[in-house]
Design a protein around this ligand. Structure first.
Ligand SMILES: CC(C)(COP(=O)(O)OP(=O)(O)OC[C@H]1O[C@@H](n2cnc3c(N)ncnc32)[C@H](O)[C@@H]1OP(=O)(O)O)[C@@H](O)C(=O)NCCC(=O)NCCS
Length: 149
């Protein structure tokens, strides 16, 4: 765990970022053009000042990612840090890496003068709910979804 480095992602990390997103249950691309489309979305993300992908690296290999968005809320001057994705590779879970990457986010959010960090976690992810509670997050809302397609 001490050897794990937390840093901003680079273009070279894209293939592993995609793998980890599939591990999280995000849709797999069906053909090469979809792979290209996913890759270019990640590249846009890397260059967007309101977004960030942070990786956890062990001996140069990406073993976890967290994606971050800075959202501006109408009724608040300070931004909100929103985390749409967090995943640690299965064989590295339970070793303190998720906690370490979130601690990095807390420092980052503080530097950016955010008023809070917010995320959603599916009802079925009961293990991750325990993780978030353990590291100091509170359940503050219910999330409602209407699928369109
Ligand atoms: C959820 C996830 C990010 C947690 O990361 P992790 O590296 O496995 O968790 P850590 O080892 O850093 O755990 C930090 C603390 O939470 C506790 N914790 C983690 N999972 C737990 C669980 N299922 N039940 C109880 N406590 C748990 C740990 O015991 C640890 O406590 P400690 O600080 O007292 O030792 C990771 O397991 C994961 O990627 N899961 C699959 C994808 C996922 O669910 N992502 C979240 C989507 S919303």
């Amino acid at each position: 765990m001490e050897n794990v480095i937390i840093k901003k992602a680079s273009k070279n990390d894209i293939p592993v970022i995609l793998d980890l997103l599939y591990e999280l249950g995000r849709p797999r691309p069906q053909n090469n053009s979809e792979v290209k489309r996913f890759e270019s979305k990640i590249i846009k993300y890397l260059y967007d000042t309101d977004k960030q992908i942070i990786v956890a690296k062990l001996e140069g290999n990406v073993i976890g990612i967290v994606c971050i968005m800075f959202l501006s809320r109408l009724n608040r001057k300070p931004p909100e840090m929103y985390i749409p994705e967090l995943v640690i590779a299965k064989k590295h879970q339970g070793k303190g890496i998720g906690k370490k990457i979130i601690e990095y986010c807390v420092i980052f959010a503080t530097k950016k003068k955010c008023h809070r960090i917010r995320l959603e976690s599916g009802n079925q992810r009961t293990d991750s709910h325990k993780f978030y509670r353990k590291i100091g997050f509170e359940q503050s809302s219910l999330s409602f979804t209407k699928n369109i397609s």
